[in-house]
Design a protein around this ligand. Structure first.
Ligand SMILES: [Zn+2]
Length: 69
């Protein structure tokens, strides 16, 4: 088994508010705009993606059955 890892860091437009920095407060019925909790009002977010790649040999059905016994 071989393992490899990649980390991606980038900035993107906040998906919660669409870059506005504010969202409509749906909890209260006042329809007022409140600061977006995801981006804290900046409209942008920092995204960190950690990708783990695991490479294993492909085991045939025959071998997989045999391994169980
Ligand atoms: Zn936001």
């Amino acid at each position: 088994m071989r393992k490899a890892g990649h980390t991606l860091n980038y900035y993107d437009v906040c998906r919660s508010c669409g870059g506005e920095g504010e969202v409509i407060d749906i909890k209260s019925n006042s329809m007022k705009m409140v600061k977006c909790e995801t981006c804290q009002g900046s409209g942008m977010v920092s995204i960190r993606k950690e990708i783990t790649i695991t490479i294993t040999p492909k085991i045939s059905i025959y071998e997989a059955k045999r391994a169980r016994h």
